[in-house]
Write a new protein. Structure first.
Lengths: 189, 189
């Protein structure tokens, strides 16, 4: 019975974002999100496991980050490899055309404990992906963990700065600066 | 109508841990947890907002950590102040008598996505408490963030090592070693 619905995941995310902002997260149902997107509830569940999940994409971010770390030059330090990952995020995911969506999404998540909880778990997943990808480059386990945590912190700082409508820079530039600041701060700890 | 129930939160946590292990998290109800603890459902909700929350204590950990950072000597570096916090956790929370409970709790959380999600959010709360407490010592904002992240990573490593039944060391010792390793690794990133 499954039909091919172009951009279904993106349409559902946009619909959910509108409804969460209009009615609140608690007062929005999966059926309501599907209806607003012009899709069915079963299409929703083909893309997302539950209501919380709808703002967290199709799961391609972990692979994007791991792939970029794997593709970094052999001589790159762990944080240089992480910088490659942040670059890829700016090229493929946090592109200028998505800044407004990301800013609205960020506000909706910040306002809801269930979404903050899901975001926290997604953050751990990204850190695990970066840690594993660094490990496959031969970086020792604990160094991989620390580099991934520092990268995730730079990511978070860059995400906050870049999603501010007053910021006109590319995510990649903002992220490279943040990573440099994080690295400098770690020497002062 | 509220009655004073001694150690209600701890009794509920123990009952929940038993039931999650016996029946699985999904098949356990708040009413069932309260019954196993010899308490009422309304007593449960006086202590915990929902079923997920029952394994995450009474919220005193954040204050314990912030207080220990505030009480560190004025000359302490950010990571030395964080080391004070880990010490306090070993003295007040992860005491030897709780090792078995912590090990069982860890296994139950690892097996359940909802509990992992709540744990991820609690982790962010602890990092925020450490960051704020370092900020109140005059540590610059970004340095506070990085020191708190490194401290949280040392905490996680120490928690895994210490909750292993084969480990006989105090949490404080395990945590100080982990923090030293994390600091050394950050210089190699």
């Amino acid at each position: 019975m499954a039909r091919c619905e172009p951009n279904a995941a993106e349409r559902l995310a946009l619909a959910a974002l509108e409804l969460f902002a209009e009615r609140g997260y608690e007062n929005t149902t999966v059926a309501g999100i599907a209806q607003r997107a012009g899709l069915t509830k079963s299409t929703f569940f083909r893309h997302f496991q539950d209501k919380r999940e709808v703002l967290f994409g199709d799961g391609t971010m972990n692979g994007l980050v791991a792939g970029a770390i794997a593709a970094a030059p052999a001589a790159a330090t762990p944080l240089e490899a992480v910088a490659h990952a942040l670059d890829a995020v700016g090229r493929e995911a946090f592109i200028p055309a998505r800044r407004e969506f990301v800013a609205r999404r960020r506000a909706v998540i910040a306002a809801n404990p269930e979404l903050r909880e899901r975001e926290a778990l997604k953050g751990l997943g990204l850190i695990a992906s970066m840690t594993d990808a660094l490990g496959r480059r031969g970086v020792p386990s604990l160094t991989s963990c620390v580099a991934a945590e520092l990268g995730a912190l730079a990511w978070k700082i860059a995400y906050e700065r870049w999603s501010d409508p007053a910021n006109g820079d590319d995510f990649s530039e903002v992220a490279q600066r943040a990573l440099g600041e994080v690295q400098a701060a770690s020497a002062l700890c």
